[in-house]
Write a protein that binds this ligand. Structure first.
Ligand SMILES: Nc1ncnc2c1ncn2[C@@H]1O[C@H](COP(=O)(O)OP(=O)(O)O)[C@@H](O)[C@H]1O
Ligand SMILES: [Mg+2]
Length: 485
């Protein structure tokens, strides 16, 4: 017996004599795309530029095409012999299925030109074997995020710019089917009882899905692409995120195993900076990374990546960052990198930094280096230890050496707005001094922040440590000056 029964019936719906071209049907035409800000910590979490979007216009031709696609897909599903399918190698199956779709298309002869037919075959293949409408977006390597707000509102981010794509799902049910398929890849389920799920695509991309009743307008999904090449230091310098001298200093600090904290808001570029700075970790050092949603892409050969695990459907089996930090200290790391400190793991990280794992790095969600120190105090308290404040600050000031502040400025440009150093304690206050800063002077005609970088003229205290490791930085690097941004 063949794979499919071959008596292909003619489409049930009466067919139209010709495909009408033009006569566009206009659907809700917003002038501006809404600012998309998924919840903090979600894979797609970041702020983005508000961009004007062209109204969504769907011609009748497109609507007709969509209907035909559904019909052909349905006929295909009716004919597939799933049991038999499972016994065959995947490429044979694909070939057979494609052949069958072609036959089905030909029963609609005269209605599709050959390029429409090719497109329809691709779409039905994506629907059958892949993630439906998402496949087209996943093939585009320039896309870093896919944000499905609603079945008919799919935003993509390319090179830091967010825009509405012309990809859409048929309806909420279609979107839901694709979400089910994605969460099934990681053996999870999403339903009214557990309406949120994290998953991962086979290429490593992180997915968060949330459905009604929690999502009010139908299922929503955020995909943070993996494999999209992260921005490199050179890209950041070229984009004006910071001047080269800032990088020289930070590179030396990382090499000399200073503990570095990157502070900033959601989408300010913290993870990107962390990734870039990690490049200066010598190749022979053993690095362990700990993340809630793995996105770091370290270049070193000696890296062990750990990721937390949420509780399963029965509420069991959760492994949080704290558990992972504790475990990782038994794995003999030279350096520990925590993607983002959010809670009690901060205490364990400080202890690690203070006990020989110097050169460790993490990011925190804060608006200035001072604010970052405050956040760290609060997060340590979340670990449940009641340390006297002075002792706690003592721990922080001896652990943390450099704080880098990342910020997304008016207009959307991301910059390093401060590089500060912790120099010790005075009374019960932690002493912080700025080495570099960005000073915003205004906003240009495009609504973009303008300003300059300032080298404060302060010679960092950690230079001693840097030089004692045989790394030399030119003295001019720290002479007071302004650098045009
Ligand atoms: N300096 C920069 N210029 C332009 N885009 C940037 C810059 N830094 C980061 N990005 C982009 O901004 C987005 C958010 O960056 P990310 O590092 O994930 O932020 P965070 O970790 O603070 O949430 C990513 O798409 C990243 O590629
Ligand atoms: Mg991040």
């Amino acid at each position: 017996m063949g794979l499919f029964s071959r008596n292909i019936s003619v489409a049930a719906e009466p067919v139209k004599p010709s495909i009408p071209v033009g006569s566009p049907v206009e659907e809700q035409a917003p002038v501006l795309a809404p600012v998309v800000s998924p919840p903090r910590g979600a894979p797609g979490a970041r702020a983005s530029v508000l961009l004007p979007v062209t109204p969504v216009v769907r011609g009748e031709r497109e609507i007709y095409f969509e209907k035909m696609k559904v019909r052909i897909h349905q006929q295909l599903v009716d004919r597939l012999d799933v049991q038999n399918l499972k016994t065959l190698p995947p490429d044979v199956v694909r070939q057979e299925v494609r052949g069958l779709i072609k036959e089905l298309c030909q029963t609609e002869k005269g209605l599709l030109n050959s390029s429409d037919q090719e497109r329809l075959m691709d779409d039905v293949m994506d629907e059958t074997f892949g993630l439906g409408p998402l496949e087209t977006l996943l093939k585009d390597s320039a896309i870093t995020d896919i944000l499905v707000n609603r079945f008919d509102r799919v935003y993509v981010e390319r090179r830091g710019r967010l825009e509405l794509s012309d990809v859409r799902f048929r309806d909420n049910q279609h979107l839901r089917q694709i979400i089910d398929r994605i969460v099934a890849i990681v053996g999870r389920r999403i339903d009214e009882v557990s309406p949120m799920a994290d998953a991962r695509l086979t290429d490593g991309s992180r997915v968060n899905a949330i459905i009604p009743p929690l999502a009010l307008e139908g299922p929503a999904m955020s995909i943070r692409r993996f494999g999209a090449k992260p921005l490199q230091l050179e890209d950041l310098i070229r984009a004006g995120a910071f001047p080269a001298c800032v990088m020289d200093f930070l590179a030396a600090a990382v090499q000399a195993r200073c503990n570095v904290i990157i502070s900033g808001g959601t989408g300010s570029g913290k993870t990107t900076l962390l990734n870039c700075l990690s490049r200066y970790i010598p190749a022979e050092e053993r690095v362990i990374t700990i993340e809630d949603a793995a996105e770091l892409q370290l270049q070193q050969p000696h890296v062990v990546r750990l990721e937390t695990r949420p509780a399963n459907i029965e509420g069991k089996g959760e492994v949080n960052q704290r558990d992972l930090v504790k475990n990782c200290l038994r794995m003999r790391p030279d350096r520990v990198i925590i993607g983002e400190c959010r809670s009690g793991e901060t205490l364990d990280m400080l202890q690690a930094m203070n006990t020989g794992h110097d050169g460790s790095m993490t990011t925190v969600h804060a608006n200035s280096p001072r604010d970052a120190l405050g956040r760290i105090e609060v997060m340590v308290a979340m670990a449940g230890y009641d340390l006297p404040i002075r002792a706690l600050r003592q721990q922080i000031s001896s652990a943390v050496s450099v704080i880098v502040q990342a910020q997304r400025l008016t207009g959307g440009k991301r910059k390093v707005t401060r590089v500060s150093e912790i120099t010790g304690m005075e009374g019960d206050q932690i002493q912080v001094q700025d080495i570099f800063a960005f000073e915003q002077t205004g906003v240009d005609e495009n609504g973009m922040a303008t300003g300059h970088f300032i080298v404060t003229g302060i010679r960092p205290k950690c230079l001693e440590r840097i030089e004692s490791r045989g790394i030399s930085l030119p003295a001019e690097l720290f002479l007071r000056k302004q650098i045009q941004a």
